[in-house]
Design a protein around this ligand. Structure first.
Ligand code: BES
Ligand code: ZN
Length: 906
């Protein structure tokens, strides 16, 4: 028996406009945690453009008490969980519908629809949660005007919030009160929100460039107010940025953010009433790290930017999800880069974003859940809030930006709003607007081909090769693109791939070159050129190339592709030392490290001992010296150095292998770290001593970069102490842990002790817990650090099981579940993949257990074994058996069912 009705995939090709429109909705809530009454009065009318049909309203876990049509009782039927009205008046006149239902928010552990978190009511309606609140046409192309009245006990729920403007409020009998809200904008129901409870707000009045006044509010639980300054600053910066860069002003008198500690995702862009996971709101220097501060800035920005890209113009159907998410991620990335300021800080942000794309999205594109940026079918839409929709979608928007330029892109955005403001549209509409605003651009000339980025899944591979003709002083660069098959897409057509290229001399100087056109005419001389690859294979000829060049390819990562070029080790060292493109400079270091790591993994002469360690030295001297010069470099920023000195992750390395022995990957990477720790011991000590920040805490790029660098330095010094038996550095780390003036430094010191497996770690962990036992978000860090700690001999899984018995562990709370279970299963491959398969058994038990509570969270965990087919034996068989064990459960949610079914498919 299937728990959620027969699971039939939804197909993009089946899209039909709705047979009915809903023009206005008037909702009245009598809020009670055990039984909330919802009166829904809506005005509906037939869509004259489509054949007449019954009105079929979505519903889920609702108790229906009454249905009235134009003030009178009427016949209706239930079809599964849908409410079907077959005998509505014909003709084009509007019909008044009144539907009265109840629901049980306190029992809502899925956290979709109306639920209770720590005594406060919250809603989450995207993608299909509104149907758990009332019967409705729960689809984004039905946009209505909302009036909402909230009634509740005044003492228990003093604050009553919904979208838009507060138009009335007052007392009711029985110590109850009410508030009435009117949203001045039409919206799809997934943007509906209400919040009711004991909350306090930080408030800020602002005046826009156009002279309008607005009230900004950040609502939190009493006691958390002093942690809202950074979120408010981020919100003010977001409002200013969208006006300045895209001419998009705040279109509401009042804009509210509310934080909750029970939330499936990061945050949600409900119109005028954004609801956030506390993780992306609350921060002070004692409890939040620099990374937390940066995340808050970008998530606050992201949700705010949806106000235009998502809310004013929304998606026609959920297949168009990247229309709002890809575009809004692009916008939040640009926002963070613009705020970061310096070219170096911008490059750091770009590298961080690309690192996520390449480790997580490239893996998704190569696995069983691979899907295009605009998918063709889904079983459960919640499973498609993926890195492909978000991160690859953002790269697709970024390529358009690259092809039409910054000004051209702004013009395209303006045309997009001119054409589609107030409507529900498609990815085609967006691309068309950007292209039409830029006639003659490479984008408009090749728009249909460019849009293959929306329809074809998979990561294109671009193989580059070059020939220098010394006599003619030309360099011919040949680029070949291929894309491996993905589920349901055996053949791919060529993509439009923008490739920014510069040529260096062997000594690392930039060569000013000219690109020859088809007629052999030389273009304008420049040090860097944007090539646009459109064929399966294409050659580009540069003239004026006096020396055999070292090409710097795909500068700034201008396209989401995997690029291969047979660089010599010397060429990579040159790029690492000299490339003017900061991204490629970092990339050259990563390439070098990757070669060394993969070489060792594939070399049978490299032996992993019984204790899991590798005795041989694996790092060549040239690499060590290159790393030393970056670390000691006089002008590079600390944040950038930290990125260069970080080795590619175990998951990234694993993706580069045909067959993965996770324990071997882990052992090799650990050995490399151990050697880097030893070989650069004096340099790490220098870095630690010379990047201490004693001034007041500020989470800006320069000071957070210094903290990031001292953090790795301490980690390396403690790691080396493991080998040498040195007591000094672990002692310093312990002292630094105790003396830390901010959470970034405290966490870095604690992590250095925990990850080096030093005996002082347990004392430090106990102190940390005692200090922060009332700070939920800090406890999450405490749990996560232990669950993701370096495994040496299999000690992590038993520790994780112990952590789940800790009185502070709570499976129902998504943040806490993620901090322990996800940190272990998805964030700690060296601990998770065990020869005894106990990690997989643990995973399958947790997926099943979580699925009964919260399918959305369970389905995310289910994806931890997506790449099982790549595993070497005995891991592969054990992993398949674990997935099969989950799949054999008869009562799985659609969410988990979809993930495990795809994983097991051939
Ligand atoms: N619209 C989403 C939130 C959402 C996601 C609701 C999935 C329902 C299902 C929101 O705009 C979002 O994308 N949030 C991200 C963070 C963002 C900074 C990328 C999230 O929650 O992870
Ligand atoms: Zn979003």
């Amino acid at each position: 028996m299937l728990r959620e009705g027969q699971a039939k995939p939804t197909q993009r090709a089946d899209y039909q406009a709705p047979a009915w429109w809903i023009d206005t909705v008037d909702l009245t809530f009598d809020l009670d945690p055990a039984k909330t009454r919802v009166l829904n009065r809506m005005r509906v009318r037939r869509n004259p453009d489509v054949p007449a049909k019954a009105l079929r309203l979505d519903g889920d876990e609702l108790n229906l008490a009454r249905v009235m049509v134009n003030g009178e009782g009427c016949s209706f039927k239930m079809d599964g969980s849908a409410l079907v009205l077959e005998n509505l008046p014909t003709g084009e006149d509007p019909v008044e519908l009144e539907i009265f239902t109840t629901c049980a928010p306190v029992k809502n552990t899925k956290l979709m629809g109306l639920y209770v978190s720590e005594g406060t009511f919250f809603t989450q309606c995207e993608a299909e949660g509104f149907r758990r609140i009332t019967y409705f046409l729960d689809r984004p192309d039905v946009m209505a005007m909302y009036t909402v009245t909230l009634r509740a006990d005044k003492a228990q729920f003093p604050v009553l919030l919904s979208n838009g403007n507060l138009v009335d409020s007052g007392e009711l009998a029985d110590n109850r009160h009410f508030a009435k809200w009117v949203d001045p904008h039409r919206k799809p129901c997934y943007l509906f929100a209400l919040v009711a409870g004991q909350l306090v707000a930080r408030e800020q009045r602002i005046t826009s460039r156009g002279g309008k006044d607005h009230l900004l509010q950040v609502y939190v639980r009493p006691g958390d107010l002093e942690k809202t300054e950074h979120a408010m600053n981020s919100l003010m910066a977001s409002v200013a940025w969208d006006e300045a860069r895209f001419n998009l002003p705040l279109d509401l008198d009042r804009f509210m953010i509310v934080a909750t500690s029970d939330f499936n995702m990061g945050a949600m862009e409900n119109k005028g009433l954004n609801i956030f996971n506390t993780k992306y709101v609350l921060a002070n220097q004692a409890t939040a790290t620099d990374v937390d501060y940066a995340n808050i800035e970008s998530v606050v920005g992201h949700e705010y930017f949806h106000n235009w890209t998502g809310n004013r113009i929304t998606c026609r159907d959920w297949f168009q999800l990247s229309l709002k998410e890809g575009l809004t991620v692009f916008r939040d990335q640009e926002f963070s880069m613009d705020l970061a300021g310096t070219p170096s800080a911008r490059a750091v942000k770009r590298i961080e974003d690309v690192r996520v794309l390449r480790t997580v999205q490239f893996a998704e594109d190569a696995g069983p859940m691979a899907h295009p940026v605009r998918p063709d079918s889904y079983l459960e839409i919640n499973n498609f809030y993926t890195v492909t929709i978000y991160e690859k979608g953002a790269e697709v928007v970024r390529m358009m930006h690259t092809l039409v330029g910054r000004e051209g892109f702004a013009k395209g955005m303006a045309l997009y709003f001119e054409r589609h403001d107030g409507h529900a549209v498609t990815c085609d509409d967006f691309a068309q607007a950007i292209a039409d605003a830029n006639p003659g651009s490479e984008l408009s000339q090749r728009l249909e081909q460019f849009k293959r980025w929306y329809s074809q899944a998979g990561t294109p591979q671009v193989a580059a090769s070059g020939v220098h003709d010394a006599a003619a002083q030309t360099y011919t660069l040949t680029l070949r693109q291929t894309c491996a098959p993905t589920p349901g897409q055996p053949e791919k057509l060529p993509f439009v791939i923008p490739v920014e290229v510069g040529l260096l001399t062997e000594g690392g100087q930039a060569q000013t070159v000219q690109l020859l056109d088809a007629a052999g005419m030389a273009g304008s001389p420049s040090a860097s050129r944007l090539l646009v690859l459109t064929e399966a294979e294409q050659s580009f000829v540069f003239s004026g190339v006096s020396e055999a060049p070292v090409p710097s390819l795909l500068r700034g990562f201008t396209a989401p592709v995997a690029l291969q070029f047979a660089y010599s080790e010397d060429a990579l060292l040159t790029l690492l030392a000299q490339d003017s493109d900061a991204f490629n400079r970092w990339e050259a270091g990563q390439q070098l490290a990757q070669r060394i790591a993969l070489g060792a993994i594939n070399n049978p002469a490299v032996v992993v001992q019984a204790n899991g360690e590798i005795a041989q030295d694996l790092l060549p001297a040239a690499f060590v010296e290159a790393m030393r010069s970056v670390l000691r470099h006089p002008t590079l920023d600390a944040a950038y150095k930290e990125l260069v000195l970080s080795l590619p992750s175990e998951s990234y390395l694993s993706e580069q292998l045909e067959m993965v022995d996770p324990q071997r990957v882990h052992a090799v990477r650990e050995a490399l770290r151990q050697q880097l720790a030893a070989a650069l011991h004096g340099d790490w000590a220098w870095a630690w001593e010379n990047h201490q920040d004693s001034g007041a805490y500020k989470p800006d790029p320069i000071s957070s970069g210094r903290r990031a660098l001292t953090g790795v330095a301490l980690t390396m010094l403690c790691l080396d102490a493991r080998r040498t038996g040195d007591a000094i550095w672990p002692g310093r780390a312990f002292q630094a842990f105790k003396d830390a003036a901010n959470m970034t430094d405290r966490m870095a010191a604690l992590s250095a002790l925990v990850n080096s497996g030093h005996p002082l770690a347990s004392d430090a962990l106990a102190r940390f817990h005692a200090l922060f036992k009332t700070e939920a978000l800090v406890l999450d860090k405490w749990f996560a650090l232990q669950a993701s700690a370096t495994d040496r001999g299999g000690q992590i899984l038993p520790a994780v099981k112990q952590l789940m018995k800790h009185p502070d562990f709570q499976l129902q709370n998504p943040n806490r579940a993620r901090s322990v279970i996800f940190s272990f299963c998805s964030g700690n491959p060296g601990a998770f993949h065990r020869l005894d398969a106990a990690g997989y058994l643990f995973w399958s038990e947790r997926v099943i257990e979580l699925d009964a509570i919260n399918p959305q969270v369970a389905a995310r965990l289910a994806r931890a074994l997506d790449r099982w087919k790549k595993l070497a034996e005995p891991y592969r068989t054990a992993a398949r058996e674990a997935i099969a064990r989950v799949a054999a459960r008869p009562d799985l949610s659609n969410d988990v069912r979809e993930v495990v079914t795809r994983a097991l498919a051939d």
